[in-house]
Design a protein. Structure first.
Length: 124
């Protein structure tokens, strides 16, 4: 079994979708004419749907999206230069990756990480 897609419910579809495209390089593949939905594609084929929900939960501490990158330090510096504020800078993790975390405009935790000790971060 392979995870096909993730759907985030947010009050501000365009702002959140644009954030993922700008900072993480996801590609737009669908936008609803009414502006209430966008679908983006990540490198490797996974899909991220952004769906309008005026009453999106304000408690987002149990939601996190993690992206495997070739060089977490370089991505961290680029994203900071683009205006992203990070919750934590790149740091070696006990499970064998180096990870930094930020939040998207709706407040979801977003991690970027690079394997450092043979830890597998999914298929490329």
């Amino acid at each position: 079994m392979r995870l096909h897609s993730v759907l985030l419910y947010v009050p501000n579809v365009r702002e959140v979708a644009d954030w993922y495209a700008k900072h993480l390089g996801l590609t737009f593949i669908e936008d609803a004419p009414d502006g209430k939905f966008s679908m983006l594609k990540a490198n490797g084929g996974s899909l991220l749907g952004i769906h309008a929900a005026e009453n999106a939960s304000k408690s987002l501490d149990n939601t996190g999206l993690y992206f495997a990158v070739d060089d977490v330090d370089a991505h961290y510096e680029r994203m900071k230069d683009e205006g992203c504020e990070f919750v934590s800078p790149p740091k070696d993790q006990p499970w064998g990756s180096k990870m930094a975390t930020t939040r998207d405009p709706a407040g979801h935790c977003v991690g970027i990480e690079t394997a450092i000790t043979g830890f597998q971060l999914g298929e490329k």
